[in-house]
Design a protein around this ligand. Sequence first.
Ligand SMILES: [Zn+2]
Length: 397
Amino acid sequence: MNILRKLWQRGRDLLPVEGFHFDRPIVALQSDDWGRAGLRDREGLEQLAAAGLVLGERPYDFYTLETAQDIAALRAVLHSHHDSAGRCPSLEMNFIVANLNLEKMSAEGFQQIHLLPLAEGLPAGWNRPGLLEAYREGIHEELFYPALHGATHFCRIAFERYLAASDLTDSSERGHLLRTLWKAGTPYIHWRMPWIGYEYWNPEAPPDDRFLSADAQRDLIGRAVGDFAKLFSTLPRSACAPGYRANDDTHRAWAQIGIRIAQNGPGAAIPPHFDRHGILQLYRTAEFEPAINPDFSLDACLRSAEACFERKIPAIVSVHSINFHSSVKDFRSRTLELLDQFLAALESAHPDVLYLHGGEIYEAVNKGSCETAQGTVSVNVTRKSFTKSRVTTLPKS
Ligand SMILES: [Zn+2]
């Protein structure tokens, strides 16, 4: 069955697809992992150090959780920039809408997973005054465009394997690592435990069965959309699967629940196009990740954007939430300084630049314009056939 499915997928990549091209430079900012609690600040760091876990090997050791101040500083930078239509950039923020309810799990001896929807607050020990309000204010100002990342970033089935009592003994290395992190109020640090996978993708399963079944995915997506609605009083229109691990079943389930835009990871210059579920597939084409990439170069990032404009496709910029964190390590100051320079350079080189989020790109390809608070912005969209198997890769930013 899976072999047939693979052949079918490969066959489809050889078929021509209609891609959308734009007559003016379009820039979209897409950002993942908002709302997902990581290392529980300095207290968590000290607790883990006392338990013998030395952190600092990679930037994601210091992934914590954004604060209301981080959000305010980001809003200030976005607010200071304007495109040719007088509009500020709107950061498409992909939210993880629940965290582990570690208090409840601990009371039960870590026998099963319990989730705490972000709308109901953060796990015990976390302190983020004003954070939910800061998200909502930014959305209200249209500086943020909320989208769905998932209910969890990890695959629950992969996690649950290590919840069994026998696996939580100190002799089980993985169980021990999980328990150490959980006792310190830290759900997980992905790079140290890639076996937890991604929401719809279980790395522990045989290679052809790693994606969860269509039913399992639909169930997870339905519940995540419910939690998203509780958080923002609206339904998501755009989604990005954790780890970019989405398949046709994911897209079908998204379409059924009202998602119209799918965000895909970077690497290839694929123009926006509709899939067979009527979802607009967008591909990231520039990586703006100064906190993660030790070789980050603003010039390279600008060159990636230029390469997109030459191809008449949007420059879709990937910038993960860690870049704006500051509670244990200040990633935020440098990111905001660079982001400010990046946007200023785009605005000065391209007086006709447009900042659009996924929802607006969707509107533009459907109507040739989008309605904004500043009036109607028109965009000339042309259709050109391409085959996915022949798409060129983009220079790495
Ligand atoms: Zn993510």
